[in-house]
Design a protein around this ligand. Structure first.
Ligand SMILES: [Mg+2]
Length: 185
């Protein structure tokens, strides 16, 4: 078997960290258009994608957006690294199945989510606010990945640490035209 060169390996990991789409918020995602393009399942991150990390409140806009997703007959699943108790609260509010303490970007958990959805990777979208968990994990199993800007700057300290290298990578991708400026709000 041919060994991959270091540059090939680096390139592959950069591809894994490059979202297919980068938008300002979930409301910039054209769910109808994606449905027309054959997508039928959506894996949703929770904190800083749908709700603020330290809050239990959900805006009416987010509830309406999730309702619209349901009306478009998307299968949906929450996949969060947060603890069961927190994810369960939102799962109940949304009426969406969930996986908590997911340890994204583990591949296994994304396959478990696909099992819950009953969709194939090429039919499934991952929406989240973090490159190293949501995008990396989704790309590793071939999902269509959408990165959203985080809802709130107030984050867990562990997440704050990750934001700096994340910014550097996004800048690197943007400078090489791998993130189209039009996609970035
Ligand atoms: Mg998040």
């Amino acid at each position: 078997m041919k060994m991959k060169s270091l540059s090939e390996m680096i390139y592959q990991w950069i591809c894994y960290l490059c979202p297919d789409v980068y938008v300002g918020s979930i409301f910039d995602i054209d769910l109808e258009e994606l449905k027309k393009n054959g997508f039928s399942g959506i894996i949703l991150d929770l904190d800083n994608t749908l709700v603020k990390p330290k809050s239990r409140e959900v805006s009416q806009e987010v509830m309406d957006w999730l309702k619209n997703m349901e009306q478009l007959e998307y299968k949906r699943c929450l996949v969060s690294n947060s603890l069961l108790k927190r994810v369960q609260i939102f799962s109940d509010k949304f009426g969406i199945p969930f996986i908590s303490r997911a340890a994204k970007p583990r591949k296994k958990v994304f396959w478990q989510a696909l099992n819950k959805l009953g969709t194939k990777p090429e039919q499934t979208i991952m929406i989240g606010d973090q490159l190293f968990t949501d995008i990396l994990g989704g790309k590793r199993i071939g999902l269509f990945t959408i990165l959203v800007s985080p809802l709130d700057k107030q984050e867990l300290w562990t997440t704050s640490l990750i934001r700096y290298p994340e910014k550097l990578i996004l800048k690197w991708l943007r400078n090489r035209g791998l993130l189209k400026p039009l996609d970035v709000k």
